[in-house]
Structures are given as C-alpha cells and as structure tokens.
Design a protein around this ligand. Structure first.
Ligand code: AMP
Length: 395
C-alpha cells in the first residue's frame, strides 16, 4: 500500500482529496471539526517535507453554485486546526485556479471551492477530472468518507497520476483498521451488529461469517431472528419477509463454527416513547402491546462476557433505541465492555452508519482503538466490496 510516507514532497504540489464535509450552524460556523482534525497529519507531513498542499473537498449537496455550501466558510477553522494560513480560490477548475496553484510556494496551503458546484464531480466526468489533475504533481486521497463513490476527485482523477498517487494517513489508517478486523486480527474475533433492520445488514452478516468467531446480534434485528425460531415478539420491530433468511444465517453460522449470541431478555415498553411503561421480559415471550427496545440485564451480562473473551472487536449499530435515555443502557454497557477490553489489549473498531453518533454521544471515541470517519464507506467495506477510491490508488 503506497502512502505519503513513501514519497518526498519536497518542492512538489500535492493535490489532496480531503473530506471537509463538516456540519455548519446558521452562522456558518463549523460545529464539529473532527474531519478537519483527521486530515491534519497528512497536510503537516507534506508541508514539513517542503511541499505545498492543494486541498479539494465537497460540502453538502448543493444544486449548482450555492453560497451556503461555499468552502469559504471553513477557511478560518482550517487555519485554526492546521495552524497555517490557508489561501482560498473561488472555483476548483479553470485558468484562475491553475494560476493560483502555479503561484503556490513550498509550505503553503490552498483550498479549492466546493467540488460539487460542478455536476461533473458526481458524474465522475473524465474531462473534469483531467482539469483537476492539472492542479498538482502528486495525487493524495485522504477522504475515506467518499471512497465508496466513483466521483471525479475521489477516483477518476487518479488515472492522470499513474506513478504519482498514494493514500494519506487517514485513509491508510482506515484501510489498516478494516484489515485488522477482517484479515489479520488476533483471535477470537467478535463482530457486534446492532441497529434497526436485518435487511440493511444482510450483506455484512454474510460476509462477516467467514471472518469472525463470535457474532453478537442486537437491536431491532433481534426480533426477526427470535420470531423465525418460534418466539413471540409482541409489537417489536420485525421483518417477517426476512425470517427465512434469518434461519439460513443461523445455519450458515453453525456450519462455519461461528457462535451467534442473541439477547435472551429485553427491556420491553408499551409504547415507542422515552416515558413508556417498561418491564424486563424473556426475549421469546414479549406480550402483545409491548415492544423490545433495549437489551435486558441477562443479555448485557452475556455480551460483556463475550466481549471480554475476544481480542479483536468490530462494533456496528446500537443495541437499543439509544436516542431515548430509557433505552440507551444496553448500548452504553456494551461500549463500556468494549472500552475495558481495549484497555486490556484488544483491538476495537467502531464504524458504519449511525454507530459513530452513538459512540460520540456517550464519550467512547477515545476508549476504543479506532473510530471510522466513513459511514457508507465503512458499511460497504464490511460487505466485502473494494471501494473505487481505494482501487484507483492501488491500480
Ligand atoms: P442502523 O442505522 O441500522 O445502525 O440503526 C440504528 C437505529 O436502530 C437507531 O436509530 C436505533 O434507535 C434503532 N434501534 C435499535 N434497537 C431498536 C429496537 N429494539 N427497536 C427499534 N429500533 C431500534
């Protein structure tokens, strides 16, 4: 895997695809700068080598040019985080932009305007990618969050740098973390899959059965498995049309010697509300009018035991409706167990979809080994797909 460590950037201009798709408030202030922080090590390494950086990113989903999506709004924040002056140019292709990159000196940083102001970006247009390629000597992809998209700046542009393209530190770290779980991780390997629906996680489950020793299935997905095995799930979320699939997954797991752990009890509520009446019930005997919204105490204890036996842990998806305080404790306790296992030497990776929101909400981000920066990109990686942005650097 070629990373920025394999290249000297002295007197070179690096064209870096970063993911600065950061949230802004109504005053256009950045409310979460994680993604800018994540790109900092790559930018610093290139500047310290004696090179210069041309940063390109998208932000939001603009329809043509819309000032509210201008990257101009985040210039100051980037300067604060990275600690160097950031020049800004009001487009991302064209003669004015080429001139700005031509005038860039070693040690300087230039930010381009939002790539998605041009429809050609998302279309993966080759002529547009060629125009982008004029803006640097070496192409660096450091945007994991868009690595699953074959857009001009994430994938197509790489063809114009056949010998001069590499991964930035962030993207390299994301790839290594996934490999640690899926290929090289110390055994026993555990995946915890929670969240709402079996249907959205099917491909992940099927792919992961070849990689793990233990699989904890929690959250709303539980009830499709329980009902399929003859349990009563009351009013819990359940996908009847996926019951056959659930049985097939259980059979596949047995054949592959993967131990599946489903909740044995749940905290059930008489309404989908934080203030609903609740009771702990056996997962197979949820009364009508009641729905399972969190893991019960016996399940939490079992999951804690499993987590503590394992040396490599992947966590995707909450164990309950964590957005409501009354149903957050299963997810919090699982996070605590994973934090403890990590402290004792396990490698833990959290990512995909909403998992990162849960981890941040409960302050686990510094207690696990790695929190992925890509929602969709992570899910597709766990499904076993080769992401186009990654393939473009490797080819
Ligand atoms: P996902 O995006 O598939 O990871 O699903 C995350 C969502 O699953 C969160 O919004 C949770 O509130 C929801 N969820 C977790 N457990 C349950 C449950 N038992 N019943 C309904 N929704 C759930």
């Amino acid at each position: 895997m070629k990373t920025i460590n394999d290249i000297s950037f002295k007197d070179k201009k690096a064209l870096i695809r970063v993911d600065f798709n950061v949230p802004l408030n109504e005053n256009f202030e950045v409310t979460d700068d994680t993604r800018i922080q994540s790109a900092k090590p790559t930018v610093i390494k290139i500047l310290e080598d004696g090179g210069s950086c041309v940063l390109m990113s998208h932000m939001g989903r603009p329809k043509g040019v819309q000032d509210e999506f201008s990257l101009r709004h985040i210039v100051e924040k980037i300067e604060d985080v990275i600690g160097v002056e950031v020049k800004f140019v009001e487009d991302c292709v064209g003669s004015k932009v080429e001139e700005a990159t031509m005038n860039l000196k070693p040690g300087e940083v230039l930010l381009l305007e939002n790539l998605r102001f041009h429809d050609e970006e998302k279309a993966g247009d080759k002529a547009f990618a060629e125009k982008l390629s004029r803006l640097g000597d070496i192409y660096v992809n450091d945007a994991f969050g868009t690595a699953h998209r074959a857009h001009a700046s994430t994938t197509i542009v790489a063809q114009f740098f056949p010998e001069k393209k590499c991964f930035g530190y962030l993207l390299a770290q994301e790839i290594e973390s996934i490999q640690k779980v899926m290929e090289t991780g110390e055994k026993p390997v555990l995946a915890v899959l929670g969240g709402a629906k079996v249907s959205s996680k099917i491909t992940i489950i099927e792919n992961i059965l070849d990689k793990v020793d233990h699989l904890i299935i929690g959250g709303g997905m539980t009830f499709t498995f329980i009902k399929a095995q003859g349990g009563s799930v009351g009013d819990s979320i359940c996908e009847d049309d996926k019951m056959e699939l659930a049985i097939d997954i259980l059979k596949q797991a047995e054949a592959k010697n993967v131990k599946i752990h489903l909740p044995v009890d749940v905290l059930a509520a008489n309404a989908f509300s934080n203030d609903a009446a609740t009771q702990v019930v056996d997962v197979n005997q949820i009364p009508d009018g009641w729905q399972g919204l969190d893991a019960g105490p016996k399940s939490k204890a079992i999951f804690n035991d499993v987590v503590n036996q394992c040396k490599t842990i992947l966590w995707n998806g909450p164990l309950g409706v964590f957005e409501m305080e009354s149903f957050a404790s299963g997810t919090i306790e699982l996070g605590n167990s994973i934090a403890e296992a990590t402290k004792n030497g396990a490698f833990s990776l959290v990512g995909g979809g909403d998992s990162v929101a849960a981890v941040k909400q409960f302050g686990f981000q510094n207690k696990v080994s790695y929190v992925s920066t890509g929602g969709g990109a992570m899910l597709e990686s766990l499904e076993g797909k080769t992401l186009p942005g990654i393939a473009a650097i490797l080819s």
